[in-house]
Design a protein around this ligand. Sequence first.
Ligand code: DX5
Ligand code: ZN
Length: 218
Amino acid sequence: MPAPMIAPSILSADFARLADELAAIKGSEWVHVDVMDAHFVPNLTLGLPIVQSLLKVTDIPIDCHLMIENPGRWAPPYAEAGAHNVTIHAEATDDPIAVARDIRAAGAKAGLSIKPNTPIEPYLEILKEFDTLLVMSVEPGFGGQSFIPQVLDKARIVRRLVDSGELKLLVEIDGGINDDTIEQAAEAGVDCFVAGSAVYGAADPAEAIRALRAKAAS
Ligand code: DX5
Ligand code: ZN
């Protein structure tokens, strides 16, 4: 398995100081940006103009997690803007393959996310269209919630398919990742760990990233 990747979520950052908050996580593999529309999830965050501005002030690859309805309409512009990875929710579209192809055609990696109660089995066939599977380990919508360990079975299933060569994609997990939970996620075969409050709630975010990465690798 490749070295663990940490993707701090700016949902837990100070939105009035986003450039500084990006500078504070120098050394992280990705930065995770949660786009919420107050329809797919009961919260509203930020959208394309802010992602475009963030792209101007950081070299860290941006991992956009779109918790929005109608991703077929809204996802490709994030790819065109220069996001590294654009992840849509399986529950938000009837045609995830078409959206994945549009994201890739616009120049980004395509990700598929599933909520904690969404089974993985119906999506295994289409994962070859994606570069990332984002397993939600909390109900999407808010930072600072408790990790749901039952979702790790989904990571294990996909890890096995990646290790056997049947699939080629990154397994990412999002929600409740901290010093106490990251090891069990790593054991389940996760490659990339989103962490919001565990990074931005720390006195030294860069040090928190190093500590999380070391725990995931242990
Ligand atoms: C929740 C978001 C997460 C959130 C994670 O819907 O998708 O990315 O920022 O926050 P923590 O790490 O605090 O659970
Ligand atoms: Zn997220």
